[in-house]
Design a protein around this ligand. Structure first.
Ligand SMILES: NC(=O)C1=CN([C@@H]2O[C@H](COP(=O)(O)OP(=O)(O)OC[C@H]3O[C@@H](n4cnc5c(N)ncnc54)[C@H](O)[C@@H]3O)[C@@H](O)[C@H]2O)C=CC1
Ligand SMILES: CC(=O)[C@H](N)C(=O)O
Length: 413
């Protein structure tokens, strides 16, 4: 996956509750081509790919056997691989040999609210020998803690800071740095970035599709105004920025089966609109200011040890929990709904003993009906050899083993 491009990944398992995901990836900003001295150097064409080169890659599902499903950890790997792969050349590049100093000089007292229209931003603000200093916003949601765990293994516990507006549970609080951060508070964000010498920003804060529809003003604030803060902070401080997008960035007029990386995107949820906005703003900041922006379109994510945060695809996680706890599941989507997340046939088989009750929620159903049924991930395979590691039976087995082990542990305690 090249930096600066927009890529979609999917761990697809299609079927009546199946999902594929898109990952949008943006290529790295041009190493050290942005500033030297106080005069911004124009972007160098060879370091950049043209807009036409931007690749959107979906990770698609197909039939079971070719498809795969990944746990949230596995899903993070492309992100980590991309960040890691692109970090080295940037860290090792020394076009002017005065990067860090220049960055500091250039941006002293600079406020992104006063960005000159022709401003360029430096892409890297940490030295060659440093590990990245990572801040994860919205880190207490379904995905953040798992990602922090992986990043901490790689870059050291103290180099990865989780943040959120919620109170962390003990397990999270004692497992590594945690800090309060409201992405709507720009000054607070800037203080955190500066005081902690943050170099990578992973922006997970969001209101997901269902909770977003329930509170549009808040979703608009968090997902759009919050994103603007994040973009400005990242640009101002030369951070590498990762923002996930989603299958929700597509709408009823997008082709659903399969959904290519590049196609019409007219979502009808505030969540989807905000994610399309994020994709476009990230690309714009990349081309306009040299921001190193990356974005993967995720499918619905299934995880055992963290709870989903109010999305349309939450049912695909909940079904596992209910299978273990009660053997009964009340589904808020119709039985023939197909979403890019997992191929559900085996999933249904694994949960065959469930008595699934279909009690359709019209809001979620309308959203689900407008989302892609199938993602084509052939571009991701071609681009960086993407291949899923969890197929449906393995995912189901892993989920059930994990939840069973948890249930046994609880009973024993
Ligand atoms: N989980 C999934 O199935 C998928 C997730 N994604 C994206 O991945 C990212 C992470 O997703 P999840 O962890 O599932 O989300 P989540 O809903 O579980 O967590 C989001 C977190 O953002 C925090 N937050 C809300 N308002 C905030 C504010 N003002 N300042 C700081 N934090 C705030 C919440 O407290 C919450 O912990 C999101 O951007 C989401 O759109 C994309 C596709 C699928
Ligand atoms: C697929 C997503 O982005 C999320 N899980 C949601 O259902 O809103």
């Amino acid at each position: 996956m090249t930096a600066g491009s927009t890529v979609s990944v999917v761990s697809n398992i299609s079927g009546s509750a199946a999902c594929r995901g898109n990952v949008l990836c943006v290529r790295p900003s041009p190493p050290s081509s942005m500033t030297c001295g106080t005069t911004p150097t124009p972007l160098k064409a060879p370091d950049w790919q043209s807009l036409e080169d931007v690749s959107y890659i979906n990770h698609a599902d197909a039939s079971f056997g070719q498809d795969y499903m990944r746990t949230s950890e596995a899903l993070m790997m492309p992100v980590l691989r991309t960040l890691t792969r692109t970090a080295k050349p940037i860290l090792q590049s020394s076009v002017c040999g005065c990067q860090a100093l220049v960055t500091q000089t250039r941006f002293i007292g600079f406020s992104p609210r006063q960005v000159p229209s022709d401003a360029s931003f430096h892409s890297v603000s940490f030295s060659e020998t440093d590990h990245p200093r990572v801040l994860i916003t919205g880190g207490l949601g379904q995905l953040g803690v798992g990602l922090a765990k992986l990043l901490r293994k790689q870059y050291g516990k103290n180099n990865v800071i989780l943040s959120d507006i919620r109170k962390p549970p003990d397990t999270v609080f004692y497992s590594g740095p945690f800090i309060y951060s409201d992405i709507l508070d720009y000054k607070n964000l800037r203080e955190i970035v500066v005081n902690n010498r943050i170099s990578w920003l992973i922006h997970y804060s969001a209101l997901l599709s269902a909770v977003g529809e329930a509170n549009v003003p808040l979703a608009r604030a968090v997902n759009i105004t919050g994103l603007h803060n994040i973009l400005d902070i990242a640009a101002e401080h030369g951070l590498r920025l990762f923002v996930p997008s989603t299958i929700g960035a597509f709408g009823p007029s997008s082709p659903r089966n399969p959904t290519p990386d590049l196609c019409i995107q007219r979502p009808r949820t505030i969540y989807g609109v905000s994610k399309v906005h994020a994709e476009l703003m990230g690309e714009y900041y990349h081309y306009r200011y040299g921001l190193d922006f990356r974005c993967l379109r995720y499918p619905g994510i299934i995880s055992a040890d963290s709870q989903p945060g109010g999305g349309t695809t939450d049912y695909a996680v909940q079904i596992f929990h209910d299978a273990i706890k009660t053997g009964r599941f009340e589904c808020n989507l119709k039985p023939d709904t197909r979403l890019p997340m997992m191929y559900i046939e085996d999933c249904l088989r694994a949960t065959v003993e469930l008595e699934v009750v279909y009690k359709t929620d019209p809001v979620r159903q309308a959203i689900a009906d407008s989302w892609p049924m199938n993602f084509d991930d052939s571009n991701a395979s071609k681009d960086w050899g993407w291949k899923h590691e969890y197929d449906l039976p393995e995912l189901v087995t892993t989920m059930l083993n994990h939840l069973n082990a948890e249930a046994v542990a609880v009973q024993a305690s």
